[in-house]
Design a protein around this ligand. Structure first.
Ligand SMILES: [Fe+2]
Length: 357
């Protein structure tokens, strides 16, 4: 079945299609109140992908996240569920345990206001201290994914569930690795999880399928920067086992892989699968837009076996701290770039300065 990519026009679908219990243990869906709408026909519903919210009291990030949740709650048709794409808390890699715990608490409290089931995906900033710059002892018993999973009552870091005739698989792209400085991670799915995925998708049969990862399979950062030496795979921008993952997705006719991590909207279609990166909810970590992507999220519509989507923004003005010098510089650079783009557009439309040929 062909996956149609077109802009989602606000429709008249009601959310609340029959929720099938997750087939693998899943982060318990949270709902602040029951979904009120009547059940929609199977395969007719919308859902949201919220990623890279980096919830923190710094830069009013908690208020920003509340503004996002309010925007989602106001969507009509009301989405049936939310897929949370990772980097839920601001950071556990380089942050004290107490601050990280407060960020997780805020994420949990504010997300509960969604009023719909929501499902966590692991981000690299959601692990405690898997970095040489950690601010916790290497011996902390909650190092790694344990702390956030305990606090969110999240039983398995990768899992799947069915909803409305569709199958959803949530991946964990933060692969543990031991370094000389202590525990860390590599951006990969890993052979064990890939084995789980291929049989999970196989058991889902002909159901249309969506898969979620935090670290993207594809990110064109080198091309967008115009820098041949800026290779996504050299760093931690994309998965190191994209080839193994994509062949599984292709084989099982997955409609789309939803991605995060890069904080920029990107879409890429290859061998029948869409790779959709949503804007970060936090934009530039709550300091405005990041390379043109304003704080936002994506609304997906499942209709029969077709998947369509539209990127959304929500109104948010950055509130920087006095020490945010670099962020002020970035915002000023982006504003200057946008002014120059506007100036060139006006010039080219007017035809002034046109070279003779
Ligand atoms: Fe990330």
């Amino acid at each position: 079945m062909k996956c149609t990519r077109r802009q989602l026009i606000e429709g008249t679908l009601a959310a609340g299609a029959t929720l099938l219990l997750p087939r693998v243990a899943v982060a318990a869906p949270r709902a602040s109140r029951p979904v009120e709408e009547p059940a929609a026909p199977p395969g007719e519903f919308t859902f949201v992908h919220l990623t890279d919210m980096h919830v923190t009291p710094r830069r009013w990030g908690d208020k920003g996240y509340r503004a996002c949740i309010e925007q989602v709650r106001g969507l009509r048709p009301r989405p049936a569920l939310a897929l949370m794409g990772g980097d839920l808390a601001f950071d556990g890699l380089y942050t004290s345990r107490a601050r990280f715990e407060e960020q997780i608490r805020l994420y949990k409290e504010i997300s509960a206001g969604l009023g719909m089931p929501y499902y966590h995906c692991m981000g690299n900033h959601d692990v405690l201290g898997w970095s040489s710059r950690r601010k916790v002892p290497k011996t902390d018993p909650d190092l790694g994914k344990k702390l956030i999973m305990d606090r969110l009552e999240w039983e398995q870091s990768y899992y799947s569930f069915d909803f409305g005739g569709w199958h959803f698989a949530i991946l964990d792209s933060i692969f543990p690795k031991q370094f000389s400085h202590g525990p860390g991670y590599e951006p990969r799915i890993g052979p064990e999880q890939l084995d789980w995925l291929r049989y999970d998708l196989g058991a889902a049969g002909d159901r249309p399928k969506v898969v979620v990862t935090h670290i993207a399979a594809f990110c064109n950062i080198g091309q967008t920067h115009g820098d041949p030496n800026y290779k996504a795979m050299d760093g931690h921008m994309v998965l190191w086992d994209t080839k193994e993952l994509r062949t599984i997705l292709e084989r099982h006719k997955v409609k789309a892989l939803l991605q995060g991590h890069s904080h920029r909207i990107e879409e890429f279609f290859f061998n029948g699968v869409w790779y959709v990166t949503s804007a970060a909810v936090s934009g530039a970590w709550w300091a405005g837009s990041w390379v043109g992507s304003a704080p936002g999220f994506t609304v997906f519509r499942c209709s029969g076996e077709n998947l369509t989507w539209k990127h959304h923004v929500f109104p948010w003005k950055p509130h920087l701290d006095p020490q945010d010098t670099l962020e002020r510089k970035k915002i000023a650079e982006q504003a200057a770039f946008e002014r120059e783009q506007h100036r060139l557009l006006e010039l080219e439309r007017a035809g002034s300065g046109r070279p003779h040929r």
